[in-house]
Design a protein around this ligand. Structure first.
Ligand SMILES: [Zn+2]
Ligand SMILES: [Zn+2]
Length: 246
């Protein structure tokens, strides 16, 4: 029998320049554990360089860490790519890095992009323009994520800025999103009233946490046999049977 698992599938670390420096792997895992969250996805802007360390920190703590990335498309639409393993996420990162805008991150204006180890020690700083748009279209990003056996989620579709509806006006039915994410700003009822036309695509909701006290402010519930990426994929495919809700 499947049981209910609590997932927060959109969490930024201190690698995202807009996230607080307290968003270290240790800080994130401790907070998630204290809230009883079973599954988290680390989704920094256009990078996965703090994913593996978060996995290491979570080992033995009963939390599944999914390798993810929040990719910014050429249209300035945010898309979560979630992957079954770090190698796939790293391959996506290689493609994203090749398609980032040239130039360096301005730490004073935008914020630091910190790569850390499992003891919260600074290993280095990512100098790329991680916050900027890539040259990859929404369609291409979804294709690339699928080529790597990942799942593609349209981030915070209810946000005017960086949400697909706010940026493009609608969700092209030809783009095969595996899920749409509703932000914590809308309840499930409000989302149903606004976005009912997209009800054929599974919906999730997540915290999009940029600081520790935002972790778990919104979660999704999945009915799964085990807390694994593969089971989440199956549950999303099976969403007609109501295995995903928030
Ligand atoms: Zn976003
Ligand atoms: Zn985000």
């Amino acid at each position: 029998m499947p049981v209910e698992f609590i997932a927060d599938l959109h969490i930024h670390t201190c690698l995202s320049p807009c996230a607080e420096l307290s968003m270290t792997p240790k800080g994130i895992v401790e907070k998630a554990a204290s809230l009883g969250i079973n599954i988290i996805a680390v989704c920094d802007h256009n990078s996965m360089e703090n994913v593996e360390v978060t996995r290491d920190v979570a080992k033995g703590k009963g939390i599944c860490v999914i390798a993810g990335m929040e990719i910014n498309s050429a249209e300035e639409v945010h898309i979560l790519g979630l992957f079954g393993d770090s190698d796939a996420a790293r391959r996506m990162q290689e493609i994203v890095y090749l398609n980032l805008q040239p130039g360096e991150n301005d730490e004073d204006a935008i914020g630091m992009q910190v790569i850390v180890n499992a003891d919260d020690e600074v290993l280095g700083f990512n100098r790329r323009l991680l916050i900027g748009a890539t040259g990859l279209s929404v369609n291409r990003i979804v294709e690339l994520v699928h080529d790597l056996n990942g799942i593609a989620v349209a981030s915070h579709i209810d946000r005017d800025v960086f949400g697909i509806i706010g940026q493009l006006g609608f969700i092209d039915p030809g783009i095969c999103f595996d899920a749409l994410e509703i932000s914590c700003r809308k309840t499930a009822d409000e989302a149903r009233a606004l976005y009912g036309e997209y009800g054929h695509i599974p919906w999730i909701s997540s915290s999009d946490a940029h600081q520790v006290d935002e972790i778990g402010r919104r979660t999704s519930r999945f009915l799964l046999h085990h807390a694994t990426f593969d089971e989440i994929c199956l549950a999303l495919k099976d969403a007609g049977r109501e295995r995903v809700y928030f």
